[in-house]
Design a protein around this ligand. Structure first.
Ligand SMILES: *Cc1c(COP(=O)(O)O)cnc(C)c1O
Length: 357
């Protein structure tokens, strides 16, 4: 067990399994693995190393995320999804060969100062109303990119707003808008996030851009990761740092929100909201100790939480699972009215990441 009281084991075998699920589902598409936000909290550099021979490119949100990967020796293509956000970023992108998304004509003006080769993708807003060119703006920008002395156009992309719900007709509207653009025949196209990789073969196109599914959580409403053939990559763990006896009438934790109605054993687990575990858990929330469900009692505090140990055979020092194998992160997200994305990204820096191959 690690020195730290709170750690996240990052299972590279599960990661590679999930990539092979992407390949199975979209056999004719290249894979751009989305590793923004520190690979959804898993650690971008180690994941990039683990993934680099299985995928065709990486995507990050911001230029500094790309620079961090380059600084650690990642040489594969990296697309910066937000593209240039100031003219100062241009020479860095060029120097470190970070491909940029072009989502606004203003970025083209900045690119006039480019003095060497740079890869780019045209990003279209097909209906999400976030980043992207209006389809009507595409012909002009496309022509400008193609005529640029140094820009190398690698493809065109769009992002889906409602692919997590396969019944939602907005996806069809977005596909029609994007596919209705008069793209050059040989231009690579990219549409699908994880949800569309899983449910919309008609959106796989030349490149898929999975994020969440690589990490083994479900991007779909009402479908478990396991039923989608995905394995959890992160196991969030802690240990029992104390075991005590409560008497009938004793209250537990801040606000005294929980009260024992009999003599009972209670455990204190060395992890809390300062590690990214959500504070707002409902009464049915539990952790796993030696394969058994131990209900969380009282409020989650910054560094600790308290659990009901009735019926659980355990000693101080035993490992506690907060999510991972046997306790899906999607369930914790459901308890707390959030999504697996925010839980993963919210695991704080003091949680030690331990890579397991
Ligand atoms: C984050 C992101 C993705 C990945 O989305 P998932 O739902 O995690 O698969 C793909 N494309 C773009 C543009 C993104 O911002």
């Amino acid at each position: 067990m690690p020195l730290s009281n709170a750690w996240a084991t990052i299972d590279h075998a599960a990661l590679l399994h999930n990539v092979s699920r992407v390949s199975e589902l979209a056999p004719n598409s290249n894979i751009m693995a989305v590793i923004k936000s520190l690979a959804y909290g898993h650690g971008a550099v180690s994941l990039a190393y683990a993934l680099q021979r299985k995928v065709d490119a990486f995507a990050v949100a911001r230029i500094e995320e790309g620079l961090a990967l380059r600084a650690e020796g990642i040489t594969k293509a990296i697309l910066v999804l937000e593209g240039l956000c100031s003219p100062e970023q241009l020479s860095l992108a060029q120097q470190h060969q970070l491909d940029v998304a072009i989502h606004h004509p203003k970025q083209l003006a900045w690119l006039e100062a480019l003095g060497g080769p740079l890869g780019c993708w045209i990003k279209v807003d097909s209906g999400m109303s976030r980043l992207g060119l209006h389809p009507d703006q595409v012909p002009e920008v496309l022509a400008a990119v193609q005529q640029h002395k140094y820009l190398k156009l690698k493809g065109a992309m769009t992002h889906l707003a409602n692919a997590d719900d396969p019944q939602d007709s907005k996806t069809d509207v977005q596909l029609a808008a994007f596919n209705g653009i008069a793209w050059p025949d040989d231009l690579a196209l990219s549409i699908a996030n994880s949800a569309a990789v899983l449910t919309r073969p008609d959106a796989h196109a030349d490149w898929v851009r999975p994020g969440l599914m690589l990490y083994g959580a479900s991007p779909l409403l009402n479908q478990s990761a396991q039923s989608l053939g995905l394995k959890p990559v992160m196991q969030l763990s802690s240990r029992l740092i104390s075991i005590k006896q409560l008497n009938a009438g004793d209250t537990v934790g801040y606000g005294a929100t929980w009260q024992a109605d009999e003599v009972m054993p209670m455990g204190i687990v060395g992890i809390g909201y300062g590690d990214g575990y959500p504070r707002e858990v409902p009464a049915e929330a539990y952790v796993l100790i030696n394969g058994k469900q131990a209900p969380i009692i009282g409020r989650v505090s910054m560094d600790m939480m308290t659990v009901d140990l009735r019926g659980i055979d355990c000693v101080i020092g035993d490992e506690v699972t907060l999510w991972g194998e046997g306790l899906p992160i999607d369930l914790v997200a459901q308890w707390t009215n959030t999504i697996a994305y925010t839980l993963m990204c919210g695991v704080t820096q003091r949680v030690q990441r331990i890579n397991k191959s």
